[in-house]
Design a protein around this ligand. Structure first.
Ligand code: XMP
Length: 513
């Protein structure tokens, strides 16, 4: 199937990923590339539209990023956003100056409904602005299509030549009807069909993998998380038994999780692949004995994981391909030369050095997380795996403050299980982005029946967040917290108190260590 492509040229804007996501929400495939992309490479991609992102610079500043002039003459419509809008004005002969009044945040904008981007939106809309420069005079041939009291050119267009520009950010949710504007650009202006769908992605990817892998042997480190699960299923659809998945149970998983992963991917499961479960629980507990420092624990778990995987991989022998569950935000964050936001977390990223393989396959490298989930559903992966909340690589090891022991793992697993059960019963599981129980290292005196107790305190954490970089403590109804507390102290041996963590991030983090 032929699919249309829209290219986002990144000028250092913080919303580069968001633009691509919004375009894909319109069922149009979209990729982000640096503005320094080779023009011939860009031409060869045959994009139907090009979008310039915002950026921190002034177009008239020294070393400010500029766009090769050839981009304007490719015969492809261009939409400039914020810095991109000013750049278009500047490069095509208009005037950009420091605005007498900067605009930040929600701003009322009046649009001309005859403007090609604005036919489907209201005349007065709230838009998200963030600029200190402005377009003082549009280039010749452009007409102004939106303004605010202090920004005479909030949008402009030259429909004959296919140039469009908006000073505000249509990709940000604070801009009312922003997605409709982007949709008007990619569909009405660029003529994209809107046929980027997950069923065709799955079909195409399976076919491409089959061609690439042929009869080669493929190895995948499966964690049971969304990304590695979807990657594994795609591979199994493509190459069947030529795929071997190794699942390391480090004994720091949530209650029943190891068995759940095995039930789906193991011999009794839904897929035609070789599944190897390595029960390495005791090895991890032994290594962690006596260790209390969080970073040390993370390191130990990460290193041991690689060691266990390596030993297994050596037994399997040389393979041709190693599968990684890299997704598009990782690619954008690490590939565009901007400051990376990637955490120094332990995950399968550490594997390639230790395994003997020829090539890496990253079937999800062009997908956003929500698209990975859609692909997972398309592939028939059970809902509870597809919508699993994030779970850190070091697992419960960093949800047990202080030394990790088998006994403490059991306590936190049981408490967490009850918490998750009650949150789901209360219908809150899709509203809260991440929630779990942790074991504090605190013991205190209590009374149960007629007896004194001296037991652990469990902490409950629940956050709402869109990007996991910042987060708010979720406002869980009191009766739900009460029920969870009662059940935990009654049903989990070794616990006599329950706390709810009200800290946001920052200053807290989501995890406890
Ligand atoms: P923090 O605790 O940094 O967590 O606020 C932010 C998000 O990242 C997850 N997290 C991890 N994920 N390996 C991972 O794969 C890790 O070591 C790790 N540490 C934290 C955390 O669960 C939350 O979603």
């Amino acid at each position: 199937m032929k699919r249309d492509l829209v290219v986002v040229l990144d000028f250092g804007g913080q919303y580069n990923q968001l633009i691509a996501r919004r375009v894909r929400e319109c069922s149009v495939y979209c990729e982000v590339h640096p503005y320094t992309i080779d023009i011939e490479k860009l031409r060869a991609m045959n994009p139907k539209g090009i979008i310039f992102t915002g950026g921190p610079n002034s177009v008239y500043g020294e070393d400010s990023p500029q766009c090769p002039m050839e981009v304007y003459s490719m015969g492809v419509p261009v939409l400039g956003i914020c810095y991109g809008a000013q750049l278009m004005a500047y490069q095509l002969g208009g005037k950009v100056e420091t605005a007498p009044v900067s605009e930040y945040g929600k701003t009322e904008v009046t649009v001309d409904k005859n403007g090609k981007l604005f036919g489907n939106v209201q005349e007065n809309i709230i838009c998200w602005m963030s600029h200190t420069d402005y377009i003082a005079q549009p280039p010749e041939g452009f007409k102004v299509t939106a303004s605010t009291p202090v920004c005479p050119v909030a949008a402009m267009e030259d429909a004959d030549r296919g140039y469009y520009a908006v000073q505000f950010h249509p990709e940000v949710l604070h801009t009312q009807e922003g997605t409709k504007m982007l949709e008007a650009f990619v569909k009405d202006v660029c003529g994209c069909q809107g046929n980027w769908k997950m069923d065709s992605f799955v079909e195409e990817t399976v076919r491409a993998i089959r061609e690439r892998v042929g009869n080669g042997k493929v190895l995948c480190a499966l964690s049971g998380g969304v990304d590695s699960s979807v990657a594994a299923v795609l591979l199994s659809k493509a190459v069947g038994k030529n795929l071997t998945c190794v699942f390391v149970d480090h004994g720091l998983l949530r209650k029943n999780e190891g068995d759940e992963v095995e039930a789906v991917f193991g011999p009794e499961g839904h897929y035609d692949l070789n599944f190897i479960r390595v029960n390495a629980q005791q090895r991890f507990y032994d290594k962690l004995a006596g260790v209390t420092e969080p970073e040390r624990k993370r390191k130990i778990i990460g290193e041991e994981f690689i060691r266990v995987f390596e030993e297994k991989a050596k037994k399997i022998g040389a393979v041709d391909f190693l599968v990684q569950g890299t997704i598009y935000p990782d690619v954008i964050e690490s590939g565009l030369g901007k400051s990376a936001v990637i955490k120094s977390h332990h995950n399968v990223g550490g594997l390639p050095d230790c395994v003997d393989f020829k090539e890496i396959i990253e079937p999800l490298r062009m997908l956003f997380k929500d698209e990975v989930r859609k692909a997972g559903l398309e592939l028939g992966i059970p809902d509870y795996l597809v919508f699993r909340q994030p779970f850190p690589g070091p697992g419960l090891g960093i949800r047990i403050i202080g030394e990790v022991t088998e006994e403490k793992v059991k306590i936190v697993q049981d408490a967490d299980f009850i918490y998750r059960e009650e949150i789901a019963k209360a219908g809150l599981d899709r509203d809260i982005n991440q929630y779990f129980a942790a074991l504090t290292n605190m013991r205190s005196v209590g009374v149960m029946g007629d007896f004194r107790t001296y037991d652990y305190a469990v902490a409950l954490r629940a956050v709402t967040t869109s990007d996991f970089m910042t987060a708010e403590a979720a406002q869980i109804p009191w009766d739900v917290l009460n029920k969870v507390t009662n059940r935990i102290v009654n049903e989990v041996k070794g616990v006599n108190r329950v706390f709810y963590d009200c800290t946001s991030k920052p200053p807290g983090t989501i995890e406890f260590e």
